[in-house]
Design a protein around this ligand. Sequence first.
Ligand SMILES: [Mg+2]
Length: 112
Amino acid sequence: MSDLAEFHKKTAITARFDDWPENQTLLYVALGLANEAGEVAGAIKKAVRDDGGEITEQRRQEVTDEIGDVLWYAARLAELVGITLDDAVAANITKVRRRLANGTLSGSGGDR
Ligand SMILES: [Mg+2]
């Protein structure tokens, strides 16, 4: 089992919404993921605002914690849509390699 797969499995232990309606859980988890991504951005914003863009040790710890929160929600969302974090990572690697080979790393749009 990969480290990511083990982490994915462990997130189920602390998920506390198993008895919620599925659509409510999906919305909650998607909003949680967006919220935690915002907390990562907020930590970087504060580094720019308060520390001239320097990532202090305290800020590094804050970003570490928030990225962990992002991964927790990503794992639960992956579970809800029937995939694993390993599936998402593999798909991303394939996509980025294709874009690199096609010279389309820059630009916009998902289908390039
Ligand atoms: Mg957080």
